[in-house]
Design a protein around this ligand. Structure first.
Ligand SMILES: *[C@@H]1O[C@H](CO)[C@@H](O)[C@H](O)[C@H]1NC(C)=O
Ligand SMILES: *[C@@H]1O[C@H](CO)[C@@H](O)[C@H](O)[C@H]1NC(C)=O
Ligand SMILES: *[C@@H]1O[C@H](CO)[C@@H](O)[C@H](O)[C@H]1NC(C)=O
Ligand SMILES: [Zn+2]
Length: 516
């Protein structure tokens, strides 16, 4: 693991802290002036939860959101709309904005960029015709390649055996035709790859449930073929006809590109505090291409920034490490990369990871990830309970939501690091009971503008945002003060395997997309 080039670092603790970023390439570190010796912060008081929470003001958050929207508009020339999707001027601007804010507290934090390469896919046009009809629920998978020469490809639908997770499941008849594959057991990417290897010109993965399949192929492979998802409801009559030996003609058409780009995580760590025991938290700096992403995840990444800047007026006992992940929307790429390149001794220094993604949904619920020690690395449940206790103490209702891989905690859990977090809801529909608990409207999504152009300033509930940012501050202050009673990290291989295996089995999402 290469060491970072840090300028004017004093003392071993800080040097160790810096190497903890585990970057593969040299990041750009802020050029620091004279600073106080490591581990001391003059006469700053030890961080206190109430005092840190008191620094959080809705007005300050809103001012930052307005600025972020202006940054998203930098993409308009190139993308025709405001967006902070990776590779766009709006995303580059977001990274610069966070860095610039951190520059003001550069005596308090060591920070830098962690570059990594990410894939980014765009589908320009797609159409699936089956038996001269256009199914309503045929959606191209994310990161799908185009059909050959980006032109319509004709063939028969050919039913694949079982779930299409083994080469033997693909009959010879698939060659030159369109593989029709049941969802389940293995990732969509595996099915597309096996279909490609069997000579298929395209693939359709149909659901075992009535619902449509909004999926991703994940890491591109040269064997992937153009792949659609199809709802179980629409697929069923075709499956029945194919099973009785009928022939069904189909045409698949996808015009798409998959690009590889270099993008950056931002990592900032307090110079003070025990550098061997860190509390880490993260939000994502990128948005989808469809819109500016002010709630998703402007709300989380700006909450982190406000907490980081205000924390700088306090001293800490344990180190605090902030992350602004890139390429979350492309499938959690930044956080995955970060955890996957951590050396074991660096992994162990992260006592827990807290995920803050979408904290201000307009039709919000106070949601707590239902992280449990039985299924997740030990400590995840204590973190869950910290959120529960805080909402309870403030007389607020909360609900538990599945901890199933939809955000950047995923890589941490898979690498044995306790994790958890809070959110306010995405495309899910608020129930009647939840409307009684949180106000707002039932029968309407928590965030009607989820992954849409309208995820702008008006798409924020400031009450929820301020409350949740105070809770972020509370979580930071608590663990920055002490890990007393919080389970120690172990890297017992057996325990780790058991915990992560159970998690893997119940996980269907990777980011906002299904992958299995
Ligand atoms: C620290 O506190 C001072 C005085 O209260 C305030 O002016 C300043 O803005 C604070 N700094 C940060 C980074 O919040
Ligand atoms: C909590 O939910 C109950 C209904 O379950 C409701 O009566 C109560 O007003 C809610 N509390 C708050 C603070 O909204
Ligand atoms: C935000 O939520 C609060 C509490 O439910 C509500 O009173 C307020 O009207 C909401 N604000 C907006 C802008 O929707
Ligand atoms: Zn998000």
């Amino acid at each position: 693991m290469p060491r970072l080039k840090a300028i004017a670092l004093h003392g071993l603790a800080a040097a160790v802290g810096v190497s903890a970023f585990a970057v593969q390439q040299k990041p750009i570190l802020h050029d620091q002036q004279a600073q106080a010796p490591t581990g001391t912060h003059g006469d700053k008081p030890l961080v206190d939860s109430e005092a840190l929470q008191d620094t959080i003001k809705a007005d300050n958050l809103l001012a930052r959101a307005k600025h972020l929207y202006k940054i998203a508009k930098l993409s308009e020339d190139k993308f025709g709309r405001p967006t902070r999707v990776i590779g766009s001027p709006g995303h580059e601007g977001t990274i610069k904005y966070i860095q610039k804010a951190l520059n003001a507290v550069s005596d308090y934090y060591t920070f830098g960029l962690q570059p990594f390469s990410a894939v980014s896919g765009t589908v320009f046009e797609s159409r699936l015709t089956i038996d001269d009809k256009l199914p309503f629920t045929a959606y191209p998978m994310s990161l799908t390649p185009p059909t050959k020469n980006k032109e319509p490809a004709d063939g028969n639908l050919v039913l694949v055996s079982n779930e299409g997770c083994n080469e033997e499941d693909y009959p010879e008849a698939v060659s030159g035709h369109i593989a029709f594959i049941k969802r389940g057991v293995c990732p969509f990417g595996t099915k597309s790859e096996l279909a490609g290897k069997a000579g298929a010109i395209a693939a359709v993965v149909y659901n075992y449930e009535d619902a449509p399949v909004g999926g991703t192929l994940g890491t591109p492979s040269k064997n992937h073929v153009a792949t659609f998802g199809l709802s179980g409801r629409e697929a069923r009559p075709y499956v029945e006809r194919l099973e009785t030996g009928k022939t069904i003609a189909a045409t698949a058409y996808i015009d798409a590109v998959v690009n590889q780009i270099v993008t950056n995580n931002i990592i900032a760590q307090t110079k003070g505090g025990d550098q061997e025991n860190c509390v880490m938290l993260g939000g994502h700096s990128d948005s989808v291409g469809e819109g500016p992403g002010i709630n998703d995840d402007g709300s989380g990444s700006l909450a982190l920034l406000e907490v980081a800047l205000n924390l700088a007026n306090f001293s800490v006992n344990n180190c605090v490490r902030f992350a602004w992940w890139s390429a979350e929307e492309e499938g959690l790429l930044g956080s995955d990369h970060y955890v996957s390149v951590l050396a074991p001794e660096e992994n162990k220094k992260i006592r827990l990871f807290m995920d803050y993604d979408m904290l201000a949904s307009p039709n919000f619920a106070y949601q707590v990830y239902d992280a449990r020690d039985a299924v997740n690395p030990v400590g995840s449940q204590a973190l869950r309970d910290l959120y529960v206790d805080w909402y309870t103490k403030h007389g607020l209702n909360y609900t538990f939501i599945p901890f199933d891989g939809r955000s950047d905690y995923d890589g941490f859990i898979r690498h044995g690091i306790p994790a958890g977090g809070i959110a306010t809801g995405a495309e899910g529909i608020k129930s009647r009971a939840e409307a009684r608990m949180f106000g707002g409207e039932y029968g309407v999504p928590y965030d009607v503008c989820y992954h849409e152009l309208c995820d702008d300033i008006r798409n924020l509930n400031l009450t929820a945002w301020e409350i949740n940012t105070k809770l972020v501050a509370h979580s930071v202050a608590t663990f920055a003060t002490s890990f007393d009673g919080f389970p120690k990290r172990t890297l017992d291989e057996e325990q780790l395997f058991a915990a992560t295996n159970m998690y893997r089995e119940q996980t269907k999402y990777h980011g906002d997309k299904l992958f299995v």
